[in-house]
Design a protein around this ligand. Structure first.
Ligand SMILES: Nc1nc2c(c(=O)[nH]1)N[C@H]1C(S)=C(S)[C@@H](COP(=O)(O)OP(=O)(O)OC[C@H]3O[C@@H](n4cnc5c(N)ncnc54)[C@H](O)[C@@H]3O)O[C@H]1N2
Ligand code: MOO
Length: 410
């Protein structure tokens, strides 16, 4: 008899199955979107040396204190210091060095006059504005002090964090290793272009959805687009790939019929098949096959995507070290009445909108509850979550909505 379990219990089981990915040092270019596995101390200060914030002249503040437009101060220009010059001669009293943005301040200088406040001279310069001590000067370590933690374990590596790692001189970071995920669609009815459809066949779509969703989380995905409903064939295609795989995700072949290839292949081999009290996405399975975590999703396309959202996405994000693994949840008023099966949590595809000044937004369903209605999902921007004890959700009542922003989804 198939065990019936709650959405929350099943989600916890999938999260536990995937565990936490081990740390791995990767080049910065491969770290975008991944999570730091350890603290990163700064090997250098930022800025690494006192430098100019402006193109202009390095001076001693005291030498230009009296400068005005009508009584400019004239100083000889003793040196030219472009950015990148590494031998910086000291500034003698009563002189100026021409200096560019990012160039090191000469010892003895304590301010910069920007070029717009001068005549721009190269032999001698006429300065029309005073520059108090510290003017246009960027001090060593004012951004990051050497030896302090530049990035903490658990940080999600976006452009700014990767830029900072590069700025403190790193070319690799230790992250939670991206999972290598094998996505497998099963079903003898599945074909792919350019093959023409014969009556009884359909174009395969689940692997495309799953691969897009899983890649967006930072994983490496290999896809087997269709395996026929044959146990020997299923094993022959998948088993050789297991050594290079951290997670297998299958679709189809898990319900109650006669040709359930996934169920028939993996029952008794370490994978348990259960019925989760939800709709869609009821028939599910998970476990380890030859030691590799396997999550088996039902074949209906909407069930696949809802199962990805409810179970796989949070489990993969947790494995990758993310702390924020849930979709944003908001309350919204239903624009039409919905019905939900008693004792099951229903996830309906919806469109959420929120107008300025409103406390709650509103949400309307896209398509019916049928788990084959993929076109309706393609018009949706959220899932409407109706709890197990809700049977009738009247128009105007408030419901929970899980937002699916398109950019994050992909
Ligand atoms: N007697 C019962 N029948 C069914 C039950 C049940 O409890 N008792 N559950 C139903 C529910 S709910 C679901 S969901 C499906 C799950 O079935 P399977 O996981 O075995 O999936 P399949 O039968 O292989 O496929 C279901 C459906 O989805 C289409 N499909 C499958 N793979 C793909 C793909 N890669 N791309 C596009 N479409 C795909 C397939 O052609 C079927 O139409 O079982 C119900 N039946
Ligand atoms: O649970 Mo099935 O996924 O409703 O269609």
């Amino acid at each position: 008899m198939v065990r019936v379990i709650s959405v929350d219990t099943y989600r916890a089981a999938v999260v536990e199955l995937l565990g936490t990915a081990p740390p791995k040092a990767l080049p910065l270019a491969e770290c975008a979107g991944l999570v730091l596995a350890e603290d990163v101390p700064a090997g250098v200060s930022l800025p690494p040396f006192d430098n100019s914030a402006m193109d202009g002249y390095a001076v001693r503040a005291v030498d230009v204190a009296s400068a005005t437009a009508t009584t400019p101060v004239e100083l000889p220009v003793a040196e030219d210091i472009p950015a990148g010059r590494t031998d910086v001669p000291p500034l003698l009293p009563g002189t100026a060095h021409r200096i560019m943005t990012g160039a090191p301040m000469p010892p003895g200088a304590d301010a910069v006059v920007k070029v717009e406040d001068t005549d721009g001279g190269t032999e001698k310069v006429s300065i029309r504005e005073p520059a108090p001590v510290g003017t246009h000067l960027r001090r060593t370590g004012e951004d990051v002090a050497a030896g302090t933690i530049a990035l903490h374990a658990g940080t999600v590596l976006g452009p700014a964090q990767l830029g900072l790692a590069a700025a403190v001189g790193l070319d690799r970071l230790t992250v939670h290793a991206p999972l290598r995920v094998l996505v497998v669609s099963t079903g003898s009815e599945l074909v792919t272009p350019p093959q023409e459809l014969r009556h009884g066949q359909i174009y395969e779509s689940n692997s495309i959805m799953l691969a897009a969703g899983i890649r967006a989380l930072g994983c490496a995905v290999e896809v087997v687009r269709s395996v026929v409903d044959d146990v020997a064939e299923f094993r022959a295609v998948i088993e050789p790939r297991l050594a290079e795989t951290d997670l297998v995700v299958t679709s189809g072949g898990v319900s109650a019929g006669a040709y359930e290839v996934v169920k028939d292949s993996l029952t008794g081999a370490g994978v348990e098949f259960v019925k989760v009290a939800m709709q869609p996405g009821g028939p599910q399975g998970n476990g380890r096959w030859h030691g590799v975590p396997v999550v088996t999703l039902p074949g209906n396309p909407v069930s696949v995507l809802v199962s990805f959202e409810v179970f796989l996405r949070p489990a993969i994000l947790t494995a990758l070290g993310h702390r924020q693994v849930d979709r944003s949840r908001v309350r919204a008023r239903l624009t039409e009445a919905l019905r939900s099966p008693a004792g099951r949590r229903q996830f309906r595809r919806g469109f959420y909108s929120h107008h300025d000044g409103e406390v709650t937004g509103e949400v309307g369903p896209r398509g019916g509850p049928g788990s084959h209605l993929l076109a309706a999902f393609a018009q949706a921007n959220c899932l409407i979550e109706l709890p197990e004890d809700v049977v009738d959700a009247p128009e105007g009542s408030e419901v929970d909505v899980l937002l699916l922003p398109t950019r994050d989804f992909l």
